[in-house]
Design a protein around this ligand. Structure first.
Ligand code: MTE
Length: 321
């Protein structure tokens, strides 16, 4: 049992491009107009530190090319982050720069044909990347819209060759208290862990993210590779992943292990199920303006609702939490 200091967010308001194009993903190409997302936020990035760009423009996947809302200005989304390894405030941008995200190797193990390690660069070069504009809804009731760059997790699952007994995918963040100061705090169950069912992991929407706004991922966004499951609350979208394990046991997430009534495994966005301490009916866009209504599955029901129709009763009763 962990003694737990409640973090601020727990108490507040309340087209795939040719692989050769990515072999040098850290080549800085100053002044490139990259991707639709960047075009929408033109002029926003000038105050940000220079970041590495993909060597060539990333193709926009038109199916996910319009989130129906204004893309959040990069200067806002990249300076308001949850990355508890680097602190419990939203302003962890500077601390996160300590993360050594290149080179980076991911271990794929558990119930697979043969475990292996692979670098993020190799994953990008083998699978390729595309841009998708997704809505993101945090359990704290704020939201943003980000043009992510990544590849479908389903492609990585295919590469891993899971055995028939694999029912879940468990993701783990790096563990290095020498760079992530908060990992020295023993009341947290480090490292950060999250999990998905195999159906969720192979759903079309589920994205392994390696970039945003046309550039290699900012460290504070969870460089070099993080998950994004836009129909679930943001805490499911685990950052800086260095281990992916196929398992027959349901993984217990970082926040779930601290407060299972508030941050459960399923965590599907549902405006009708309040968090025990605040309503989930509306959300505050980080880009400003009035609060807006929250939508079931964050508006992605068409893609994901089918996965939840035949859950066993006990799980079905709780699948929002
Ligand atoms: N992953 C790790 N490793 N550590 C974290 O603290 N926070 C989660 C999620 N992934 C978190 C994490 C939460 S609560 C949210 S809302 C999103 O990351 C925030 O992503 P963003 O900073 O890119 O907005």
């Amino acid at each position: 049992m962990h003694y737990h200091c409640r973090p601020s967010w727990m108490i507040k308001e309340n087209q795939v491009t040719d692989e050769s194009l990515f072999l040098n993903r850290r080549k800085v190409l100053a002044g490139m107009g990259i991707g639709a997302g960047l075009a929408l936020t033109a002029g926003a990035a000038t105050a940000l530190p220079a970041e590495s760009s993909f060597a060539q423009p990333v193709g926009l996947n038109e199916v996910f090319g319009d989130a129906g809302r204004q893309v959040t200005d990069e200067s806002i989304s990249s300076s308001y982050n949850n990355f508890y390894e680097f602190g419990s405030s939203k302003g962890i941008q500077d601390e996160a720069q300590a993360l050594k995200s290149d080179p980076w190797t991911v271990t794929i193990d558990g119930l697979v044909d043969a475990p292996f390690e692979i670098s993020v660069d190799e994953l990008i070069s083998k699978i390729g990347v595309e841009e998708r504009i997704y809505r993101h809804r945090c359990v704290e009731a704020w939201s943003m819209v980000v043009p992510w760059v990544g590849f479908p997790l389903a492609k990585l699952v295919e590469m891993a060759k899971p055995l028939s007994g694999a029912k879940f995918v468990r993701f783990q963040t790096f563990m290095d208290p020498s760079v992530a100061s908060e990992q020295r705090a023993s009341w947290y169950p480090w490292p950060y862990v999250e999990g998905l069912t195999m159906a969720e992991a192979t759903n079309d929407l589920t994205l392994m993210v390696v970039g945003a706004y046309g550039k290699v991922l900012h460290k504070q966004f969870g460089a070099p590779m993080r998950l994004h499951t836009p129909w679930k609350f943001g805490f499911k979208s685990i950052k800086s992943i260095d281990r992916i394990t196929f398992t027959d046991e349901r993984p217990v997430g970082f926040w779930e292990s601290l407060q299972d009534r508030e941050y459960g495994f399923w965590a599907n966005v549902n405006p009708e199920v309040p968090h025990p301490r605040w309503s989930q009916a509306t959300e505050r866009p980080l880009s400003g303006g009035d609060r807006i209504p929250t939508r079931l599955y964050n508006g992605y029901g068409e893609q994901v609702a089918g996965m939840y129709g035949d859950l066993p009763t006990e799980v079905g009763e709780r699948f929002w939490r």
